[in-house]
Ligand binder design. Structure first.
Ligand code: MEV
Length: 297
């Protein structure tokens, strides 16, 4: 029996612009998905096409147990985390010798198949490797880790990433003179922010600018705007939507002393707050005792 876990992700900068080849900065965050795999003679009895995809890709049979701390369909990369943790647990249980990079690539291929062509290579890479990652011109590079105090605000408004990506695509096609400069500005914000990763005050200002540019692209939502405003008013250095928008989540970068106040302000808007920070581990083997305690088995 093997138990592995994998973290979720947030975009600090550059979502949507990365789809058009611009840079983005994403970070693995603490809520994790835990997956236990045990060798068996039968295929796993699960309804998840991601987990089925993992077993058929690895060409093995067995049972699977999933415990997720990550809300699904909220833009925090939960399907990528499930896929990465399942592949890692299968790899360990069946001693298949796949590397972390192999797991990231396979997880992306499975997500792409399940999501009928559209998937984020960022989600699967960040979940398997952890830390802060710069995505630029198709390559991914880990940046020095920072101990940010982050509060995630989940609007609980469901959204569709592919619909939001399509929407920006058609806006760009119809109004290239307007949309291209917005994407160029997101690029500039992201590349400037890289030089200030250790200064959360300055970084917060760039997050505010990035949010305004995403609003201009039309991917925000009234609840996201409300949470962003509430977080700033409660003392965050900066706040922005994260991921595809149209619902889903926002993030606030906070001074340590105000994270509880920021979380309270978010909950006061009928949203769900998660106080978190960077996860530098990526996919990680868990001890059975730990997962049993976490899941109350
Ligand atoms: C979704 O989390 C982020 C987008 O940029 C899509 C992607 O990067 O694949 C909207």
């Amino acid at each position: 029996m093997a138990t592995w876990s994998a973290p979720g992700k947030v975009f600090l900068f550059g979502e949507h612009a990365v789809v058009f080849g611009k840079p983005g900065i994403a970070m693995a965050v603490k809520p994790r998905v835990y997956v236990t795999v045990r060798k068996g003679r039968h295929p796993p009895r699960v309804k998840s096409p991601y987990i089925e995809g993992c077993f058929s890709e690895m060409d093995v049979k067995g049972s699977v147990y999933v415990h997720s701390q990550l809300p699904s369909s909220s833009g925090l990369g939960s399907s990528a985390a499930v896929t990465v943790a399942t592949l890692s647990a299968i790899n360990d249980e069946f001693d298949l010798g796949r590397t972390r990079a192999d797991i990231a690539d396979m997880a992306f291929a499975i997500e792409k198949k399940v999501q009928k062509g559209r998937a984020s290579p960022t989600d699967t890479y960040v979940s398997s490797h952890g830390g802060i990652v710069l995505i630029k011109e198709g390559t991914k590079r880990r940046l020095p880790p920072q101990s940010f105090n982050i509060v995630i605000g989940n609007t609980l408004v469901s959204h569709s990433t592919s619909r939001m990506v399509e929407m920006v695509g058609s806006f760009k096609q119809q109004e290239p003179d307007i949309v291209d400069p917005i994407l160029d500005s997101i690029d500039a914000v992201c590349m400037t922010a890289i030089h200030h990763l250790s200064d959360p005050k300055i970084l917060g200002r760039y997050m505010d600018i990035n949010h305004a540019l995403l609003e201009a692209l039309g991917v925000s939502h009234p609840t996201l705007t409300r949470l962003v405003m509430a977080a700033r008013a409660a003392g965050a250095y900066g706040a922005k939507l994260t991921g595809a928008g149209g619902g889903g989540c926002m993030i606030a970068l906070c001074p340590k002393r105000s994270k509880t106040r920021v979380a309270g302000a978010i909950e006061g808007c009928d949203a769900k707050a998660i106080i978190t920070t960077i996860d530098t581990d990526g996919a990680r083997k868990e001890h059975e005792g730990k997962i049993a305690r976490k899941t109350g088995r």
